[in-house]
Ligand binder design. Structure first.
Ligand SMILES: Cc1cc2nc3c(=O)[nH]c(=O)nc-3n(C[C@H](O)[C@H](O)[C@H](O)COP(=O)(O)O)c2cc1C
Length: 190
């Protein structure tokens, strides 16, 4: 599914986005627009000129993969073409919530972004140092999502407490991908 092109101009400054970012966990029901989804995915890993992305990557090895989970299913983000590809259909947020130690904001968010990593892409170049680099990159991508959410007037929260194996199963991740971050996003109900 083709996403609308991402904007590179917004309504608030970086300073304002930084000062407004907070972890917020109460979301309104109702889906995000395709423009909002497009912008959030682009902020995490969208590919620009020569495939370079908003988040830096050690040696441009790009180990991160981003998934979108909505009431419609699980979708994989394809940065080079700015599209999402359906992985599974149906609402798996209740199972994802269970894998996240029953953190109810995962179930109540209209969109959940999951950052996963294929460590091998970076390890081929950097050996044992890759693990550190990949985790740094997940932090870069996650912060981009949080700041972009603020720019869109949305709330988000980073979730790191989950059972890896269960998240992998729920999302049908390939064997070499490890989930690192689960990020519920939605309109504020606070
Ligand atoms: C690595 C990491 C893991 C986190 N995991 C969770 C989590 O599993 N569930 C949750 O509700 N918040 C989680 N948080 C959010 C923190 O609770 C939150 O950032 C902290 O309370 C500071 O609040 P602020 O983000 O509003 O500044 C996590 C934050 C980080 C950086």
């Amino acid at each position: 599914m083709k996403l609308p092109p991402a904007r590179t101009k917004g309504n608030i400054s970086v300073e304002e986005a930084l000062s407004k970012r907070r972890s917020r966990r109460r979301f309104q029901a109702g889906e995000l627009t395709s423009e909002q989804i497009s912008q959030l995915l682009w902020s995490a890993q969208g590919a620009g000129a020569r495939g370079l992305r908003p988040a830096p990557s050690a040696g441009a090895t790009y180990p991160l993969e981003v998934y979108l989970i909505t009431s419609h299913g699980v979708f994989h983000y394809e940065p080079m073409v700015h599209e999402i590809e359906a992985v599974t259909s149906g609402d798996c947020r209740p199972q994802l919530t269970k894998a996240c130690l029953n953190q109810s904001w995962v179930d109540h968010a209209p969109a959940v972004l999951v950052i996963a990593a294929d460590y091998e892409r970076t390890a081929r170049v950097y050996g044992p140092r890759a693990e550190r680099y990949v985790h740094m990159e997940a932090g870069h991508a996650a912060q981009n999502i949080h700041l972009q959410a603020v720019g869109l007037g949305l709330d988000s929260v980073p979730v790191g407490a989950f059972r890896d194996k269960e998240v992998k199963q729920v999302l049908s991740l390939p064997g070499s991908y490890e989930p690192l971050y689960v990020i519920p996003v939605g309109c504020s109900a606070e």
